[in-house]
Design a protein around this ligand. Structure first.
Ligand SMILES: Cc1cc2nc3c(=O)[nH]c(=O)nc-3n(C[C@H](O)[C@H](O)[C@H](O)COP(=O)(O)OP(=O)(O)OC[C@H]3O[C@@H](n4cnc5c(N)ncnc54)[C@H](O)[C@@H]3O)c2cc1C
Ligand SMILES: NC(=O)c1ccc[n+]([C@@H]2O[C@H](COP(=O)([O-])OP(=O)(O)OC[C@H]3O[C@@H](n4cnc5c(N)ncnc54)[C@H](OP(=O)(O)O)[C@@H]3O)[C@@H](O)[C@H]2O)c1
Length: 438
């Protein structure tokens, strides 16, 4: 048994650590020269979306790998430099670095014809191009690097005489200095960039097609995600919602008081937007909320759907990311419109031997979940556990999609959204069931 891991971001190194601990042979290929993926600022893989001021928004105790806590001296919400250094510590502690082939990009992965579960993987690195066979492919190339621009573009966008960028390209706040900035979206990129712009830009507008429940980073002096823990996380979602809403009511009140639209969904039905600074900046008048863009009107003009018009110099589209696998031909595997029908978000039912790590968007951090996914995959690869029959997995995927439709707002950003503790429990239960099948 030999596995191929694509990527050495947090998900890829979680997989490498688990496979190594279980004595499963693997190759791990990393396009860049360092580990950490998105958390390596100015990563030479050219894929990181980290900007200079980025801090995590899921607190460190909840976000750390269960196998290695973050250093005690770290703040509750470390910055990207500290995160990258934590990932360096992980690979050094577990002696993974020497097993990772850096500066080596996976160009193609395809099932071997007639070989059930066998894969042929082509990579290109310092030693040139090579193709090898594996018994399993673990995809960990991340899903926050391929910018999703508005589709279709807003009318008149091509003629707009100002600058238009996607949040993926945003690095330093200097870009915003003295400008009239329009931020589009109300996810975490949008509120972070709008807050930066509110301090350094001339004027900042934030246009959103939907309201959001904006959560502060702290409640009662504790990181907000620590309020939810393995015990409180057992409560049904409506109970969690009622308790959080009560605390939110006291801490920040209703989003409409800050000029934001009323959310068209309940709390926790959308990916959480977390910021302790955004609402006060709206309250100070340093950010002005606008509804969605209607069209660009020529020159630097923008009209919004309420008919109001403004002149802006720079539009920052914080409109999310596409799930992309450039190393698969579309007939092998793809995720059109971010749809990724996998058994328990990991197993590609129609492609034996193909597994995905970290392709979830949790209400909480990705890392401990990626680690749990890796443990389950290691069970399967080592023969300690077995999958259900394909028909049963397809049934489960269909049921999960139905649940998903009811649970979260319909949007391309929510196709892989999961509840943190319920998903962790689901993987643990699946491991037990899988072990009993082996
Ligand atoms: C601005 C921003 C802030 C975020 N903040 C948080 C947060 O606070 N908490 C949280 O839990 N999540 C956060 N996320 C989500 C983020 O995706 C995860 O934290 C984490 O980076 C996921 O790790 P990953 O390994 O799955 O992907 P990545 O970090 O993207 O790593 C993927 C790796 O695969 C490599 N790779 C890609 N293609 C190839 C190839 N063909 N061949 C070889 N190697 C390849 C890349 O070089 C990269 O090193 C944030 C995302 C963004 C964009
Ligand atoms: N640690 C941090 O502080 C931090 C900072 C930035 C990002 N992140 C993480 O990075 C990931 C990506 O976040 P993100 O904010 O970049 O993207 P995102 O969560 O996908 O949010 C995209 C936003 O753009 C809107 N949008 C998409 N297409 C649009 C269109 N055509 N017209 C108008 N609005 C449109 C979406 O609205 P709908 O909801 O209506 O689709 C949503 O408000 C998330 O996991 C996030 O938590 C974390």
């Amino acid at each position: 048994m030999k596995a191929c891991i694509i990527g050495a971001g947090s998900s890829g190194i979680a997989a490498a650590q688990v496979l190594q601990a279980r004595g499963i042979d693997y190759d791990c290929f990393e396009k860049g020269s360092q580990v950490g993926g998105n958390w390596r600022y100015e990563n030479d893989n050219g894929m990181s979306s980290a900007y200079r001021s980025l801090h995590i928004n899921t607190s460190r105790r909840v976000m750390a790998f269960r196998s290695l806590p973050m250093p005690d001296g770290y703040p509750d919400y470390p910055d990207h430099f500290q995160m990258a250094s934590y990932f360096d510590e992980v690979v050094d502690r577990y002696r993974l670095r020497e097993r990772i082939r850096f500066n080596t990009e996976v160009l193609d992965a395809r099932p071997v014809e007639g070989g059930v579960g066998e894969w042929e993987v082509t990579v290109e690195g310092p030693e040139g191009r090579e193709t090898n066979r594996y018994d399993a492919v673990l995809v960990a190339n991340g899903h926050h690097w391929d910018a999703r621009w508005p589709e279709p573009a807003f009318p008149g966008a091509e003629e707009f005489e100002g600058e238009q960028i996607h949040a993926h390209e945003y690095r330093e706040s200097d870009l915003l200095r003295g400008k009239r900035v329009l931020v589009v979206g109300i996810g975490n990129s949008a509120v972070d960039i709008a807050v930066e712009s509110s301090r350094i830009g001339e004027t900042t507008f934030l246009a959103t097609r939907r309201g959001a429940w904006v959560l502060p980073k702290y409640l009662n002096g504790k990181p907000i995600d620590e309020v939810l823990n393995p015990v409180t996380g057992l409560a049904p979602i409506p109970v969690q919602r009622a308790v959080t809403k009560l605390s939110l009511g006291v801490a920040v009140g209703d989003p409409t008081t800050y000029g934001l639209p009323r959310p068209d969904h309940k709390l926790f039905e959308a990916h959480p937007t977390v910021s302790s600074e955004f609402l006060p900046r709206l309250g100070h008048g340093d950010i002005t909320a606008k509804p969605n863009i209607d069209r660009f009107t020529g020159g630097r003009g923008v009209r919004f759907v309420d008919g109001s018009e403004e002149e802006v110099d720079l539009v920052v589209y914080c409109t999310g990311y596409k799930i992309s696998f450039p190393f698969f031909r579309p007939e092998v595997f793809s995720a059109p419109d971010n749809k990724l029908p996998l058994f328990r978000r990991v197993v590609a039912v129609e492609r034996p031997g193909l597994y995905f790590i970290g392709f979830i968007q949790p209400l909480g951090p990705i890392m401990p979940l990626a680690e749990a996914q890796a443990e389950w995959i290691a069970d399967l690869l080592s023969g300690r556990a077995a999958l259900p029959a394909p028909t049963a997995m397809r049934r489960e995927i269909a049921a999960e999609e139905e649940k998903q439709r009811k649970r979260f707002v319909a949007s391309k950003r929510h196709t892989v959204e999961v509840d943190f503790y319920p998903y962790l429990r689901e993987i643990r239960r699946e491991r037990k069931r899988a072990a009993s099948r082996a």
